[in-house]
Design a protein around this ligand. Structure first.
Ligand code: GRF
Length: 202
């Protein structure tokens, strides 16, 4: 059955665009029923409009407290009734009420080979540690920071002359493959979570 997917993004939205492309090519049995953003200036909004995807802005700056913002975000998600929530460059930490409600139904893309380099500036952390392989991870979201069960990862080589931008760009190419692939597997009901492991039915 066609799934209802919602993308939550704060900025540029290139991962969102990769999902739009996969949907348009018929690679994912789903309909993107909304882009939800905390940032009224996010470029992701233009991408949504160009693809005729409804936009819901829950402007973080317009709420007096973080709790009120989280309540509004949860209400916005309830309204669009997602089967899957995709955090694609959502630059805030989600409150536990939302994480608990969407346990097993919310995924995130992170630009590192988790569990290494959680949090911000993952590519910079990788360079500082001198690792030879870097990459990206799509994982289910739990209450830990970038710590939920891993769905899939893709890796890239780190070159001696890489800086943060060149490495981030090389990883981003892999993100644009990894995220649509993970979303497809979810929408085809091929993923199951067993403790820390995600099993993929072939
Ligand atoms: C990506 O590197 C993603 O892994 C991280 O934030 C960045 C978002 O990029 N969480 P974009 O908005 O999808 O272009």
């Amino acid at each position: 059955m066609t799934k209802r997917i919602v993308v939550v993004a704060s900025g540029r939205g290139s991962n969102f665009q990769a999902i739009i492309g996969a949907l348009q090519r018929g690679n994912i049995p789903a309909e993107c029923v909304a882009l939800v953003t905390d940032n009224p200036k996010a470029y992701a909004i233009e991408r949504a409009e160009a693809a005729n995807i409804p936009v819901v802005v829950v402007d973080y700056g317009s709420f007096a407290t973080r709790e009120l913002y989280e309540q509004a975000l949860l209400a916005a998600l309830h309204e669009v009734r997602p089967d899957l929530v995709i955090l694609a460059g959502y630059m805030r930490i989600l409150g536990s009420a939302i994480v608990r409600e969407y346990a097993g139904k919310m995924v995130n893309i992170h630009p590192a080979l988790l569990p290494s380099f959680t949090g911000l500036h993952a590519q910079r952390q990788a360079l500082e540690q001198g690792v030879k392989l870097a990459g990206c991870t799509v994982h289910f979201v739990d209450e830990s920071l970038d710590g939920g069960p891993i769905i899939l990862q893709r890796c890239v080589r780190v070159m001696d002359d890489d800086d943060e931008d060149t490495l981030a760009n090389r990883i981003l190419i892999q993100e644009h493959l990894a995220l649509p692939e993970a979303v497809r597997l979810f929408c085809e009901d091929r993923l199951s979570i067993e403790g820390r492991k995600v099993r993929t039915r072939m």
